[in-house]
Design a protein around this ligand. Structure first.
Ligand code: UD1
Ligand code: UDP
Length: 379
């Protein structure tokens, strides 16, 4: 039997290799890629293909002028085990070629998705140094797949880049050497600030017939959309919201079937649309009266935009968006009073926002990467 022909992979020898796979990864990687490029450090971009629809992937590459991936692994969807297994098998030859001279100088992984965990595991097992951007966030809720991914990735990361000061305490408590931890600010906010001048709600209002005040909603967490009971509670919450304001819901593909079965389409005053591109989505959010979500990134973005955010979750790994921002946690049944408080203007940001969310996280990461590579070369 003949061996299947393996694709020829571009060389990653001595380069910084970024691994991205899902929507929020693209947004976090953009400023880091740009800042490392500005220092003239050679790099490669690997797209695992965990997200693959044009509206979940390609649109971010065009909106954010990301370079086309050097390697696309086409992993696709599956159960956690099936998806992670394919990720591991396809990432290993890219991140850890058998010839040591062909190996990357450093791999960078982002956030808390399955692509992040798989890349971390390949690097750790094969002793390829890697950095984790957005390390140390904790919801302390192990029923979230992301919480397991975060903890496991941080345990084996060589460099931890922190977006929030409390992350250092979490990491140190888990036995991670503080010398590996660098508080750099938030690259997702770098992207937001870099593109803020492009956010304009007017064309979105016109497209969706939103004359006056409106709300934006997004939902995709497994705990909210994967079971009929949870979906029914969520649909109840959206009914509460739509009774107060017209709602635009760009729906993540994960929840469509379950939420539809729970009656999502029958709520008056809610418009359900396909996931939006980055500029369209943040244009819509920047004109909204309130956002109702279970997203991680949107809690952060609304904090900087000063838009009240009600997060339909029992916990958050981003408590700084509550203490320094516009975010509040809500249950579906307890949404109404919080919504009314938001509409009365009671969820204003208390101050300037979280420390170092200033648009320069990518540059701080790039400077540390440069210094680490230089120190290694000097040894
Ligand atoms: C993943 C991340 C989650 C993150 C989210 C961002 C994990 C464990 N979860 O969740 O942390 O918040 O991305 O959006 O990594 N699908 C499509 N088209 C796509 C991609 C997915 O239709 O382009 C559908 C498929 O039916 C798939 C389902 O969405 O089974 C879930 O996709 P998956 O990437 O496994 O997880 P997400 O829920 O997107
Ligand atoms: N987002 C987008 N279009 C949408 C919904 C979200 O561009 O229709 C952006 C959003 O602004 C944020 C990111 O996607 O930057 C968050 O992704 P998601 O909520 O899927 O993942 P999480 O942050 O929860 O991991």
């Amino acid at each position: 039997m003949s061996e299947p022909e393996l694709p020829v992979l571009p060389s990653v020898a001595g380069r910084v290799v970024h691994v991205v796979g899902a929507r929020p990864n693209f947004i976090k990687a953009a400023p880091v890629l740009a800042a490392i490029d500005a220092l003239g450090i050679p790099q490669r971009l690997v797209h695992t293909g965990q997200h693959y629809d044009v509206r979940m992937s390609d649109v971010f590459f065009s909106d954010l002028a990301l370079p086309a991936p050097d390697v696309s692994l086409g992993v696709g969807s599956g159960s956690h085990a099936a998806q992670t297994a394919v990720l591991l098998a396809r990432l290993e030859p890219v991140l850890a070629p058998a010839d040591p001279a062909e190996r990357p100088a450093l791999v960078i992984v982002y956030g808390d998705v399955n692509s992040t965990l798989a890349a971390a595991l390949v690097c750790a097992k094969e002793r390829v140094p890697f950095a984790h951007v957005e390390a140390g966030l904790r919801s302390f809720d192990d029923s979230m797949p992301e919480e397991l991914n975060r903890r496991l990735v941080d345990q084996v990361a060589d460099l931890c880049f922190l977006t929030s000061p409390e992350a250092r305490d979490h990491l140190v408590r888990e036995g991670i050497d503080p010398a590996r931890c660098h508080f750099v600010g938030n690259p997702m906010i770098d992207t937001l600030l870099a593109h803020r001048a492009r956010f304009d709600p007017a064309p979105l209002r016109a497209r969706y017939g939103l004359g006056g005040e409106y709300a934006v909603a997004t939902l995709h967490r497994p705990a909210n959309v994967d079971t009929p009971d949870a979906a029914a509670r969520l649909v109840g919450a959206l009914r509460t919201l739509a009774a107060r304001l017209p709602v635009l819901l760009p729906l993540h593909p994960r929840g469509r079937a379950m939420l539809t079965a729970a009656g999502l389409d029958t709520i008056p005053g809610i418009e359900i649309v396909e996931p939006l591109g980055y500029i369209d989505f943040l244009s819509l959010v920047s004109g909204a009266r309130v956002v109702v979500t279970d997203s991680g990134g949107i809690q952060e973005e609304t904090t900087i935009l000063g838009i009240p955010c009600l997060t339909l979750r029992p916990n958050t790994e981003r408590p700084i968006t509550i203490s320094h921002g516009t975010n509040r946690l809500a249950t579906p049944e307890g949404l109404a009073p919080l919504l009314d408080a938001a509409l009365r203007g009671e969820l204003a940001r208390p101050g300037d926002g979280p420390p170092l969310w200033d648009g320069h996280a990518g540059e701080r990461i790039a400077a540390i990467v440069r210094d680490v590579l230089a120190a290694r070369a000097a040894r």
